[in-house]
Each structure stands twice: as C-alpha cells, then as structure tokens.
Design a protein around this ligand. Sequence first.
Ligand SMILES: [Zn+2]
Length: 143
Amino acid sequence: VPASKGEGKLTRSEMMARVGQRNTRPEMAVRSALHRSGFRFRLHRTDLPGRPDIVLKRLQTVIFVHGCFWHQHAACRRAARPKSNVEFWDAKLARNTARDEAVIRQLEASGWRSVIVWECELRELGWEARLTTTLTLRQASAD
Ligand SMILES: [Zn+2]
C-alpha cells in the first residue's frame, strides 16, 4: 500500500506503532466531551475484559474508542485492507475483530454494556451530541 501522507493520515508503520497505545488523540477527544457533559468515568480498568478505554461505573457502561482499520469498522473506507501481504493482514485483522467480539460478550456476561466510538465518527459534526444523548438515556434508566 502506498503510504498516503494526506491530512491526518498516518503511514502504516506509524499506525503500527500506535497499536495498543493509550491516551490517543481520539480517546482524549471523547474524554473531553464526557467531561464537558459532566459524566464521571475511569480509564483503562485492567480488571475488566478488554481493558476498556473509558469506564462509566454508575451506568455500567464502557466506551471503546476504536481505530477503523485495526478494529475493521464495517463498510468504512478507512478500514480498507492493504493490497500487499494479504494473508498476513487478513489473519491479523480477523484476530482483532474476533477478540473485540469476545470482549464485548464477556463484558455483557458480567453486566456491562459497551459503546464503541469509531475514529471516523469523530470527524463528523454531531458525534458529541450523539454520544452524550446515548449516555444520558442510560443515565435516566439507571436513576
Ligand atoms: Zn470508520
């Protein structure tokens, strides 16, 4: 894949280097939005499956901020697979999505609901309102 160095784009190796990294820019954007709306949360709880990025205990809800490529956002152009090393990427990305699904099942089994925020959504107007509305509805049902 030719590394396209457009605005906001990362080369494959830069993306590789970011895997598993915490406190990424998209994650920080989501955290700021939650703060602004007064939600209380904790970060990276290692005692929960998948070590969720953000944990809203009172709402029994976790938030994952997912990169579209690594977590294979369905029907998203940012999730397009590389055209070289096809087998390698197919296997690797299939492992990632299988792991994500298993984590959500495990969380559900212990009473946690998961919200996934996709990196591409953060580029659309209105994502913040959508997220806080989702959480506010849960807050109402938790009260
Ligand atoms: Zn996406």
